[in-house]
Ligand binder design. Structure first.
Ligand code: GLU
Length: 288
């Protein structure tokens, strides 16, 4: 039996694709070709307010212009909330989630100075962890919106009873073929949000659910998501999902060393194309 490699590029249509995305898409696409594997495109649009169809169309157009081809149909996360609900129910049945009614402001006000998660956001200070079921139900019945958070200590304990040995993920160096074992350290995320207030999922839950469902063998993405792979491994163990190989590529930075982001409008592929940049120019600017 041959094991076909399956790779994906998973942009969020909440802004224009920029040079950093071009790098990520091309690294992934070219790795899939080198491995003789499949290449999938997944639209990560769970943020219904910020993600817009016209941004998605522009993204598809930019990717096709870069010479990338993908399998149809494209998976759009906003069409699969019931699938993520199934993962959520599983974690709920394991008694690993609790409701949190706090606003971003409440969290910032109670966070301990200097304690941040790997994304640099204030570490969730455990607000509402101690609410009794009756208290939580009263607030739910009153229609107060709530997120669901992972009880991280309990989740790590449960995972270690299901999966003996240290929790790790495997990082591939595509040039040498070496695979490094990385300590997952999901506790760095604290009691992470697993379902947002507005939709029954979060980035972390949707990604691990979809990667498993789509049979992704190699998760390739930027270094900014390196630490996220630690909590993704924890969720994979808890949900009984397979472990992919990871490759986190270097990030493109601006002149001041900051990671390129959606605010760098001048680096968007659409504006570079409009200014006459060729595919070869984009590759060069993306450092390929
Ligand atoms: N949707 C994420 C982003 O735009 C990438 C997710 C991933 O590759 O796991 O940054």
């Amino acid at each position: 039996m041959t094991n076909t490699s399956v790779l994906r590029f998973a942009p969020s249509p909440n802004g224009a694709l920029h040079l950093g995305h071009a790098l990520s898409a091309l690294v992934t696409y070219e790795m899939s070709q080198k491995l003789g594997g499949r290449f999938l495109l997944r639209i990560e649009d769970i943020d219904l307010e910020r993600c817009r169809p016209e941004l998605e169309s522009q993204m598809l157009d930019d990717l096709a212009w870069l010479g990338i081809t993908w399998e149809e149909p494209v998976r759009r996360q906003s069409e699969h909330f019931e699938t993520y609900t199934r993962s959520l129910v599983k974690l709920e049945e394991m008694d690993l989630l609790y409701p949190c009614f706090a606003s971003r402001k409440d969290i910032a006000a109670h966070a301990v100075a200097g304690q941040t998660d790997p994304d640099g956001a204030p570490l969730y200070p455990g607000l509402h962890k101690g609410l009794t079921t009756a208290e939580a139900n009263t607030r739910k019945n009153a229609g107060e919106p709530f997120a669901l958070r992972l009880d991280m200590d309990r989740a790590i304990n449960t995972a270690s009873s299901m999966f003996p040995g240290p929790l790790t993920f495997r990082e591939l160096n595509p040039n040498s073929g070496d695979v490094q074992t990385i300590s997952a350290e999901p506790e760095r995320w604290g009691d992470a949000m697993i379902a947002r207030k507005d939709v029954p999922t979060s980035y972390h839950l949707a990604v691990v659910t979809d990667d498993a469902l789509q049979g992704i063998t190699h998760v390739t993405r930027g270094q900014d998501l390196f630490a996220a792979s630690g909590i993704h491994r924890l969720l994979q163990v808890l949900l009984g999902l397979p472990e992919p190989l990871y490759h986190h590529h270097d990030l493109l930075r601006d002149e001041t060393g900051r990671k390129l982001s959606k605010s760098h409008k001048d680096k968007s592929l659409a504006s570079l194309r409009a200014a006459g940049a060729s595919r070869a120019d984009i590759r060069r600017m993306a450092g390929l």
